[in-house]
Design a protein around this ligand. Structure first.
Ligand code: DGY
Length: 345
């Protein structure tokens, strides 16, 4: 049936109008790549249409791309690699909020070039990560997992003068690599262990170091003089493979190496060799390449290496705060408010 021209114009306008209204009133769609805490979900649902990947493993790239096509916000974690291929389909994205302080999984330059804002979660995980770092250091040096295993499996035959001994912290030199929030907190936590010296290596001098009692040293001095080396720096092109064969060779044979930053700062085959040949005494790793570490990885076979599955920030309170801050970063964008933690580079 043909409509009279007037009626046709009216109905076209009505359709346009209702689309416009829908456009104004429709909530922005946020895609979340893992199930998160109720508080974060509830906050997001007030402002956004929420769609969640509910698998126990990270979402696949294909599924992520499919979901990002019509999403205005992405709530992701460090397991999600957000690269150019992903971004090219995400043409409606206004904000990417990662539930992490690290952002090496994001192609920041590409995201910024597309005018997409980035939220992350600094500060709220500092204490938890520092706690875990100290725990990992002690578990490695005092062989806690090895000793526990021996006690449970019949390896404990008697108290024995030098059995299960390892280097003590007291009167030792600790070198912290990367003296940002987490590095400084680790240093503060270690200070009461009666250290001989606390040093740090960082691109720039940190004013907080004086009060903490840490001396800035160059990388060479940190490597050669430290009894414990603790890595808390971000993974950047400058820090990628910073700990290579040459670096491990410079360390004391009695050195304990602890990494809670990113696996990429270590040349892993070089670390394996250093541990196998006794170039260094031991290593405690909360991060490695790849994650999860395959069960046949040589690192898992070494007695002098403690491996944790990237749990630095995994205190209940901290993960709740990280989730909430990620949600708040997204909501702020749609309310035209300041994001609690926007990544400005
Ligand atoms: C981060 O937030 O980057 C941590 O590695 C996660 O614990």
């Amino acid at each position: 049936m043909l409509l009279p021209t007037n009626l046709l114009r009216l109905s076209t306008r009505t359709i346009k109008h209702s689309r416009l209204l829908h456009g104004i009133m429709a909530k922005p769609r946020v895609y979340i790549t893992r199930e998160v805490n109720d508080e974060s979900m509830n906050l997001l649902k007030q402002t956004c249409d929420v769609s969640v990947w509910s698998g126990s493993a990270p979402v696949s790239k294909a599924e992520l791309m499919k979901n990002l096509k019509d999403s205005q916000a992405l709530f992701c974690t460090l397991s999600d690699k957000i690269d150019k291929e992903v971004l090219d389909v995400a043409t409606n994205l206004k904000v990417i909020a990662t539930m992490s302080v690290g952002y090496d999984h994001l192609d920041v330059a590409e995201i910024k070039a597309k005018g997409i804002r980035i939220g992350y979660t600094p500060d709220v995980l500092t204490d938890a990560t520092a706690e875990l770092t100290v725990g990992l250091l002690l578990a490695t040096s005092r062989r806690l997992f090895e000793a526990n295993e021996a006690a449970k499996t019949g390896g404990w035959s008697s108290w024995s003068p030098f059995w299960m001994c390892g280097p003590g912290l007291s009167q030792s030199t600790v070198g912290v690599v990367g003296f940002g929030r987490i590095g400084q907190e680790v240093a503060k936590c270690l200070k009461p262990f009666n250290l001989k010296r606390l040093t740090y290596y960082n691109r720039s001098e940190r004013k907080e170091a004086k009060e903490i009692g840490a001396d800035k040293v160059d990388f060479n001095e940190l490597l050669t003089e430290s009894d414990f080396i603790v890595v808390t720096c971000a993974l950047t092109p400058e820090t990628k493979n910073l700990f290579n064969q040459e670096a491990f060779k410079k360390m004391k044979k009695s050195a304990v190496f602890v990494n809670t930053s990113r696996g990429g700062v270590v040349d892993q085959p070089a670390l394996v060799e250093a541990l196998q040949t006794g170039e260094i005494w031991g290593a405690g790793l909360d991060v490695m390449t790849p994650e999860p570490l395959p069960l046949d990885d040589p690192l898992l076979k070494l007695k002098n290496c403690v491996i944790l599955p990237h749990i630095g920030s995994a205190s209940i309170q901290t993960r709740n705060k990280m989730g909430l801050m990620t949600a708040q970063n997204i909501v702020a964008v749609f309310k035209n408010e300041e994001m609690p933690a926007e990544l400005i580079v």
